[in-house]
Write a protein that binds this ligand. Structure first.
Ligand SMILES: Nc1nc2c(c(=O)[nH]1)N[C@H]1C(S)=C(S)[C@@H](COP(=O)(O)O)O[C@H]1N2
Ligand SMILES: [Mo]
Length: 378
């Protein structure tokens, strides 16, 4: 009789139907939000729409997107940033070293590529943003370009990969959060290696002590908890680059990478809300609508329009805060009693304009369709 062998009866972990290696792909849905979506939403709060009023979103009101866990970093003293791989001279810098270099502060609007996902039907089950995955901060750091020039990219450099220290599973792959840029993209003058947000050290949830800020791109490029830059001679195929952040019309569509931000605008909901539905009650008479508009790649906003019950009129643009920051706008509305639908729509300097209806993307990326708001005027 063969002796009982427990070990041979246990399949290797990777063969189990297991969420790590065989990720659960919930179906696209038109239904209510799942418990998993609600939990993600609780971990990753959005910027409250009323906080669009602030030119710079106070750090505690700025939206968050954290894929894995916030790394515990007790002190920044031991933090280093290494630049290696296909470089002429690998370098390793402490935070103090980085702060000795030329400093630059810049207001930048960050928006999550999944912002607006909840408005795409059928819906991909993930972080269920409505409109609030966007915020603006003044980021302080040193230009990435001079660091890369000091290390010197080898001729064979194909991709520059940025890694955070946070680690987890996604798409069946275990990985440190990592994103890449081409050498040409990475050598952009305006990309910063950042230690400050709104004049204070980064908060843990925003990447303390060091992150990348890639202005004009959707947020996934701005790698938090940055400790390692690696130059490689091939296209980076990490999950956050190749497995997600790709616009796809269907599961078998090879798709196109998600890069720069699409033109978009939002308004602060006027009046006062109902606590649960967020429906708005507004007093009849003059109502000063306020909102923000932004686009990607450093492209400015050229026009903002507001529609009351489908009739479009021009709104007034505030002064620019900076090339990569959202721009305020106002519109004077003479509110008359009854229910009304409000919409706002931005056009950027390239002539790109927000669509009225969401375009479909299988993962709900890049939904820049107009915000629609129903208000009751009394
Ligand atoms: N290391 C790391 N960097 C990251 C992420 C992450 O989960 N880990 N999330 C990215 C995404 S998808 C977005 S939208 C922004 C959000 O930045 P914030 O949380 O500071 O607003 O960080 C990006 N950088
Ligand atoms: Mo994101």
């Amino acid at each position: 009789m063969t002796p009982f062998q427990f070990s041979s009866m246990v399949p290797p972990l990777s063969n189990l139907h297991h969420p790590f290696f065989n990720p659960i792909k919930p179906p696209l849905t038109d239904g209510g939000f799942s418990r998993d979506e609600v939990r993600l939403a609780n971990r990753n709060p959005g910027t409250l729409l009323e906080a669009l009023r602030y030119d710079l979103t106070p750090a505690g009101l700025h939206y968050l997107l954290i894929h894995f866990d916030v790394p515990f970093v007790a002190s920044a003293d031991d933090w280093t940033l290494s630049i290696g791989g296909l470089v002429n001279k690998p370098i390793k810098l402490s935070l103090a070293d980085l702060k000795q270099r030329p400093q630059r502060s810049m207001p930048v609007t960050l928006e999550c590529a999944g912002n607006g996902r909840a408005g795409v039907a059928p819906r991909y089950q993930s972080q269920p943003w409505h409109h609030e995955g966007v915020g603006t901060a003044e980021w302080t750091g040193t230009p990435l370009k001079s660091l890369l020039e000091e290390a010197g990219l080898a001729d064979s450099a194909h991709d520059v990969v940025f890694y955070g220290t946070d680690r987890g599973f996604g798409g069946g792959q275990e990985h440190d959060y990592g994103r890449s840029l081409s050498p040409e993209q990475a050598l952009d003058d305006d990309i910063l290696v950042v230690w400050g947000m709104n004049g204070a050290p980064l908060l843990p949830q925003h990447g303390f002590p060091l992150r990348l800020v890639v202005p004009g791109w959707y947020g996934m490029a701005s790698v938090k908890w940055l400790d390692r830059i690696e130059v490689i001679d091939r296209a980076f195929d990490g999950h956050q680059q190749a497995g997600t952040y790709v616009y796809r019309a269907s599961a078998d569509d090879p798709g196109t990478p998600v890069t720069t931000v699409r033109v978009k605008s939002l308004m602060v909901p006027p009046g006062i809300p109902d606590v649960y539905t967020r429906s708005r009650m507004v007093e009849a008479g003059p109502v000063n609508l306020f909102g923000r508009a932004w686009s990607g790649a450093g492209v400015g906003i050229s026009k903002i329009e507001v529609a009351v019950d489908g009739e479009w009129q021009d709104a007034k643009l505030d002064l620019e805060l900076g090339q990569y920051a959202w721009r305020g706008w106002t519109f004077n509305w003479q509110a008359t009693p009854g229910d009304h639908e409000l919409m706002c729509r931005a056009t950027d300097a390239n002539g790109d304009v927000q669509p009225i209806d969401p375009r479909f993307d299988i993962a709900g990326f890049g939904n820049n369709s107009v915000q629609r708001l129903t208000v009751t005027v009394r």
